[in-house]
Design a protein around this ligand. Structure first.
Ligand SMILES: [Zn+2]
Length: 267
């Protein structure tokens, strides 16, 4: 962990410890050292009403997370959402094509916050999505593993997809799919994220085609505990994410790159 991240996480723990909300304080007891804090998991979040795990009251986007046993509520303030590391802010007209409609709204709002007007594509009608993409001349695509190849297959019928930058936001990646996208599209950025945590990892920019090795992004700490990714987000989010067990299997690798961060692959 970098010195800057160490400092940020200590500040975060201090903020959480003195906050009127006692969701984490009750869970941590007297422990204050980051490395000793008990893990947080989704069941504890599900079992706690939203109001009892709220650390901020800023205006933002409420979202239902549907990727677990039962749906639960999270909220992103506009400021926290803007600070998310979802990738490409150089494009002019991105198409957001995500299977989950709440995630699609969230990523679209992220673009608005970066002064970019996105389109949201209808995932159940790729012909319509392709028609809109053509009408508004998209130059970027934000997609997940379910949507990306079917959409490109449709769009490729009338367009050269070589001009499109793809951001793939997922919590699992098929290296063969990434390799295929790298061949067909202008640029591929793989962003590791869960619906409830936001983005916490990014594919190493120096790796070769077909390799998918990740680093934590600047706003996150990633630990691997018994083969599972444990994530800490370095901002005081509405429901903070501190030593959160993601359920994603991974292993640490020694990356031959200049990124100066820990590297890991998904297993
Ligand atoms: Zn790297």
């Amino acid at each position: 962990m970098t010195e800057e991240k160490q400092q940020k996480v200590q500040e975060l723990i201090r903020d959480v410890c003195v906050h009127p909300c006692d969701f984490y304080r009750a869970h941590w007891g007297a422990v204050e050292r980051f490395e000793d804090l008990p893990f947080m998991d989704v069941e504890k979040i599900i079992a706690t009403p939203f109001s009892a795990r709220s650390y901020t009251t800023e205006k933002g986007l409420a979202k239902i997370v549907r990727t677990h046993r039962v749906p639960f509520l999270v909220q992103w303030s506009l400021r926290d959402l803007k600070a998310e590391r979802f990738g490409d802010t150089t494009c002019k007209r991105p198409l957001v094509l995500l299977s989950d409609s709440h995630d699609a709204l969230e990523k679209s709002l992220w673009f608005y916050e970066h002064d970019i007007l996105p389109l949201i594509g209808e995932t159940n009608n790729l012909q319509a999505a392709s028609f809109a993409a053509d009408a508004y001349a998209i130059d970027a695509l934000v997609a997940d593993s379910k949507t990306v190849l079917p959409f490109l297959a449709e769009y490729e019928k009338g367009h050269d997809v070589k001009t499109i930058s793809v951001t793939l936001i997922e919590n699992r990646f098929d290296p063969a799919m990434v390799a295929r996208l790298q061949i067909s599209c202008a640029r591929v950025l793989s962003v590791l994220a869960c619906s409830e945590t936001g983005a916490f990892g990014v594919a190493c920019p120096e790796q070769g085609d077909g390799e998918v090795c990740f680093h934590p992004n600047d706003e996150s700490i990633v630990e691997i505990e018994n083969g599972e990714l444990v994530v800490t987000r370095l901002a005081l989010l509405r429901t903070p994410i501190i030593r959160y067990r993601t359920g994603i299997r991974a292993e640490a690798v020694s990356a031959d790159c200049s990124c100066r961060e820990v590297a890991f692959t998904l297993t």
